[in-house]
Design a protein around this ligand. Structure first.
Ligand code: DP6
Length: 328
């Protein structure tokens, strides 16, 4: 029997209030709440097809067979869904990232969101978005947010809360803002976020203060997003990003994600602000700078960042939609 080939499309997201730290390793629950914006154009397409001839799951990334390490979290998610659907079948997974060349952005959020949606349907499960978000979160917590479009919140999780999921706080057409990405280095980051946040939890003297402060920042940020107050969203976003980087830097051994181009891009943003442009910075577990601004200012911000020393390339993204699933 031939099973249907299910395709899902999901987009990357950028955290405006950051997730950094876990409260439960077994279910991969975040210790702090986070708020993100799903980004149009930064797309992952994943197809899943069950096959009774297979003796194990087979995973292909961008057209090549994935190594054991790369496919570990994929195979683990398929295992959970197999169990939930009481199936004994294995699947072939093909995942392709349609990210602009050298985007320098992580594809794990869009990748696990797309996988959660495509694989759930392939196993015949009629999962709600909430359920898909919880499934994606288990593989990578930021992926829980990419199930939804627009502005999305993932609450902090309490020990054992296996169903924790993200929720939409405003749709993609709520607010015409842009994210301008300034790529400041080539190649993969040195310390992955899972490893980095665990090191912070175990060794950073300011980790507890971060976990205590994060809910207040998220609450204020949610209100400011709803009120479309860019100066307020921006200043809270910068405090959240600086706090999490301070946490990473003060770990042992210290984790410094920044490159010279990172600091230069931060200065460019500051200078633009002095000239009256409302533009604000955030960075993830890597050296690239993402600037948040009004749509009308995006080309000016892109030009200024593109001229900044150490910035290799720039791209502009607008708010994007949530996951879409279809049968091929
Ligand atoms: C700095 O979602 O990649 O980008 O749950 O361990 O897979 P795991 O971590 P991940 O962490 C993202 C951290 C961040 C901030 C954020 O996106 O909120």
């Amino acid at each position: 029997m031939t099973f249907p080939r299910i395709q899902a499309k999901a987009r990357a997201n950028i955290a405006l209030a950051k997730y950094w730290g876990k409260s439960d390793l077994r279910y991969n629950l975040p210790a702090v709440p986070s708020i993100s914006l799903t980004l149009d154009g930064l797309l992952t397409e994943t197809t899943v097809q069950l096959d009774e001839r297979l003796k194990a799951d087979r995973v292909f990334l961008d057209g090549r067979k994935a190594g054991a390490k790369e496919s570990k979290r994929v195979v683990e998610m398929l295992g959970r869904l197999r169990k939930e659907s009481k199936s004994k079948l294995f699947a072939r997974v093909d995942s392709t990232n349609h990210f602009p060349t050298a985007a320098g952005l992580a594809s794990s959020a869009s990748g696990f969101a797309a996988l959660s949606a495509a694989a759930s349907k392939a196993f015949g499960l009629r999962s709600s978005d909430k359920r898909l978000s919880a499934m994606a979160r288990w593989s990578s917590a930021s992926a829980a947010r990419s199930i939804y479009g627009g502005f999305v919140e993932l609450p902090a999780g309490k020990l054992g809360d296996s169903l924790l999921a993200a929720k939409k706080i405003a749709p993609e057409d709520h607010w015409d803002v842009r994210i301008v990405v300034a790529v400041t280095a080539k190649g993969p980051k040195k310390v992955g976020s899972t490893e980095g946040m665990e090191r912070s939890r175990k060794t950073s003297p300011i980790y507890d203060a971060w976990v205590e402060a994060a809910p207040g920042l998220t609450r204020k940020l949610r209100r400011a997003v709803k009120a479309k107050d860019l100066d307020r969203v921006g200043s809270i976003m910068e405090q959240s990003t600086m706090s999490f980087h301070a946490c990473a830097m003060s770990s042992s051994p210290g984790i410094l994600y920044w490159q010279p181009g990172t600091i230069a891009a931060l200065r460019t943003i500051e200078t633009l602000r002095e000239k009256g442009v409302s533009v604000w910075a955030t960075m993830d577990a890597g050296p690239h700078v993402k600037a948040l601004c009004h749509a009308k200012d995006a080309s000016r911000v892109k030009r200024a960042l593109g001229r900044t020393e150490g910035v290799l390339s720039t791209l502009v993204a607008k708010p994007g939609a949530g996951v879409e699933v279809s049968e091929l």
